[in-house]
Design a protein around this ligand. Sequence first.
Ligand SMILES: Cc1ncc(COP(=O)(O)O)c(C=O)c1O
Length: 324
Amino acid sequence: MPRPLDRPRPAAATVLAAAVDLVDRPAPTGWLARWLAACADLQELFADHELLDAVIQEVSGRRIRVDGRWLVDFASCNYLGLDLDPEVLAAIPGYLARWGTHPSWSRMLGSPALYQQIEDRLVGLLGVEDALLLPTLTHIHAAVIPVLADQGTIFVDSRAHKRIWDGCVVARAHGARLHRFAHNDPEALERLLRQHTKQPRLICMDGVNSMTGNPPDLPAFAALARDHDALLYLDDAHGFGVIGERSPDEPCPYGVRGNGVVRHLGETYDHVVLTGGFSKAYSSLLAFVAGPTALKRLLKVAAPPYLYSGPSPIASLASALVGL
Ligand SMILES: Cc1ncc(COP(=O)(O)O)c(C=O)c1O
């Protein structure tokens, strides 16, 4: 089999035409053509990149077997290696024996005590007043951003993660106004904050950015939120578990305890709502929103996934708890 780089690389237009051909005949116009054109670069990747929608046949440490070939895996987000950690793996069967594979109640009806244990541990780790767990950040953004923005104003970083944007679009459908500011540019945000004053006001951005790996200028953004009575809503999917509070005897510049971007940059949770996920560093299908207890109480009734979505599987809850 040719190596990826040896393969002929079809032009995007050819790949798009082939995709269109597969999807529909004759070549579509209108909505379908628009979607395919918007995704043309992804279609090109499909054609010439080995690790895209790959069937991974086997895992051995940080190597994976795809199409009969062993590849070194630089693509997973299991930043702490907890997916293969012997202590985590050994603990899970005990939790399964006790709780079964899946707690299939809506969280509004009842949750295994594991939830409370994880929330308590998180509160201590992050140094925040309270925390609420939901299965994914996708659930959280789609549910929490509309609640916090209500019919007010959202300011969103132009390079915020796609799922933050999706949450903002839901909020817009509920009556919020949406404004975008240049990536990591507090001055651009400040101009918008002076211009658009309808409350409540929410500033949405990544913590550690999912594409660059860089943290934002958090002190500047948090100060703007406080000065303008806005709430800074952060998605630290990639910082949580990896970067943490600084310590004089820390072994490396990532800091210690992995308690996320707010603690890493020496900030407080005043006017800040931190969201983060366990699906990267902690290898679990689980996510959190951290903030005041009053917010947690509100979200239990106002955020749809607490009632209307299924919970995380027991193996994920157990791996999060043991990982913590
Ligand atoms: C920054 C960021 N936010 C949110 C998500 C989505 O997280 P989840 O899988 O928990 O919905 C991802 C990627 O998975 C991400 O990189």
